[in-house]
Design a protein around this ligand. Structure first.
Ligand code: GRF
Length: 203
């Protein structure tokens, strides 16, 4: 399977996927990594793994539609079976999302549907939540609103800083995302009528 990964930053989730491919646990290949930020450290991770590392800056485009159009063209050169959003900090247009419907995944650092959007760790701490976590979902036009594939919970301690909590969640992310990508590459995972099926059974 051809996998294109979109990033904006450090790329620890990308690294986890690359490592699992290298270890033979995911039967797929990252054919390109694309960042909207030129200084994303994840680009370096891609180069280290001999994966084409491309920058497509949203600043070079007049509006979301034209950026998303260019991004689609770039992605489709690699004929991906799967598009993985791994810390890609852009809202995607409806047209873009529809184009990859059922073959685009996102990871979000909260127990969705709680805390869509930004600053999830801070919000969980401020709400005195007992638990927090991470979610992998199929991407649909509603931001962070697509059907959930898997979640992992972590405790929130009274003494937690945003940083401490985010590290605890990140550890879970690095387990979850490669697992889901593995399932997808094994053709075990599908989205059908807005429902997630794993081995043809609702999750
Ligand atoms: C992760 O916390 C992910 O859930 C969020 O952005 C962060 C990306 O981190 N969407 P990295 O670039 O994979 O290190």
């Amino acid at each position: 399977k051809s996998i294109v990964v979109l990033i904006s930053g450090s790329g620890t989730n990308l690294q986890a996927i690359l490592d699992n491919i290298e270890a033979g646990r995911i039967h797929g290949r990252v054919t390109a990594v694309i960042s909207n930020q030129a200084d994303a450290y994840g680009l370096e991770r891609a180069r280290q793994a001999d994966v084409p590392a491309l920058v497509l800056s949203h600043k070079d485009y007049a509006d979301r539609e034209s950026y998303d159009q260019a991004l689609m063209a770039q992605i489709d050169q690699y004929q991906p079976d799967l598009v993985v959003l791994a810390g890609f900090m852009r809202i995607l247009s409806e047209h873009f999302v529809q184009h990859y419907l059922g073959r685009m995944l996102n990871i979000h650092p909260s127990l969705l549907p709680k805390y869509k959007g930004l600053h999830t760790h801070r919000r969980a701490i401020e709400a005195n939540d007992a638990e927090h976590g991470a979610t992998v979902h199929f991407v649909t036009p509603e931001l962070d609103g697509g059907p959930v594939i898997i979640q992992s919970k972590v405790p929130v301690f009274a003494t937690d800083s945003e940083e401490e909590l985010s590290l605890r969640v990140r550890e879970q992310e690095l387990q979850l995302y490669p697992l889901v990508v593995k399932w997808f590459c094994q053709d075990r995972l599908r989205m059908n009528d807005g429902q997630v099926l794993l081995d043809d059974k609702p999750v």
